[in-house]
Design a protein around this ligand. Structure first.
Ligand SMILES: [Zn+2]
Length: 286
């Protein structure tokens, strides 16, 4: 997920709202939609305010001229007739990409708002800080910004093979690139070397940046790289990794869905490896 084309992020609600306003209203992690999951529509601000007046509003900015709001509803809110609450993952490929990206952005703002109602340092009720997306404690001055957790993803290659792992948390037979959260004091590159060593026991070299993706579950920024195998034997950490293997580019296992950065990383790298050394006829053995 990323900032959609045509979106201008803003913090201050304009004095006059656009004719079309979009309201990304969440109860817990579920988004309020009009209709059902097969043909979802993001409701207007008017719809939400009329049906569910108890929400906390946050102005997000304008998408192609339409004002956009994130709204935090009470966790126990019940959808009115003709509306439904649904998880964001169920809306992949059913909402336009720009709308989905804004829904993910809205979720992170709502989640930040409801987890920072009190100062993390002294426990006083916080207030919105004018002019920026921040909450400030009136007693001690502590400022809380929306939390974003950087994480790395790396696809390790060895000749015409890629290293893919099945994490314990993955469903069924899916394999993906290695990933892990950055720790205090680390660069992304430090994190890649440490995580690869911890999770599968090998050393890598030649790190190359690929792309990054915002991921709203709940607030990570995934930063993806490729790397080449340097040395070591595969020794998977059983607390995290159910299985790890080198897969030839022509014999890949079940992979993540195409909306994920992991799939884009794998597809792009596999295409590059295939182009670099096309599979030729097998050399005769004497
Ligand atoms: Zn405080």
């Amino acid at each position: 997920m990323h900032t959609p084309v045509g979106f201008t992020p803003l913090h201050v609600t304009p004095s006059a709202l656009s004719e079309t306003t979009l309201a990304f209203a969440f109860a817990g992690a579920k988004l309020l939609i009009r209709g059902d999951e097969t043909s979802p529509v993001v409701p207007s601000l008017g719809d939400v305010v009329r049906e569910m007046p108890a929400g906390v509003r946050h102005y997000l900015g304008q998408l192609q001229g339409a004002d956009c709001f994130a709204i935090g509803l009470p966790d126990e809110a019940v959808a009115p007739p003709a509306f439904h609450f649904t998880g964001l993952r169920a809306l992949f490929l059913k909402l336009p990409e720009a709308t989905l990206a804004l829904a993910a952005r809205a979720f992170q703002v709502v989640e930040w708002d409801r987890t920072n109602r009190f100062c993390g340092r002294c426990g006083t009720l916080t207030r919105d800080k004018p002019g920026e997306r921040a909450k400030q404690c009136p007693a001690c001055g502590y400022v809380a910004y929306p939390r974003i957790s950087p994480a790395m993803m790396v696809l390790v290659t060895r000749d015409r093979e890629v290293l893919l792992a099945r994490a314990n948390r993955f469903p069924n037979a899916m394999y993906s690139a290695l990933a892990g959260f950055v720790e205090p004091g680390e660069t992304i590159e430090d994190c890649i070397h440490r995580e690869v060593r911890e999770e599968v026991g090998i050393d890598v070299t030649d790190l190359q940046y690929f792309a990054s993706q915002s991921w709203a579950f709940p607030h990570s920024l995934m930063i993806a790289y490729t790397a080449r195998y340097a040395r070591g034997e595969l020794r998977p950490d059983p607390t995290e990794i159910a299985d790890v293997r080198w897969f030839g580019v022509d014999a890949l296992p079940a992979l993540p869905t195409t909306v994920s950065i992991s799939r884009r990383l794998i597809d792009s790298t596999v295409a590059r490896l295939r182009a670099q050394s096309p599979a030729g006829p097998v050399a005769p053995s004497c």
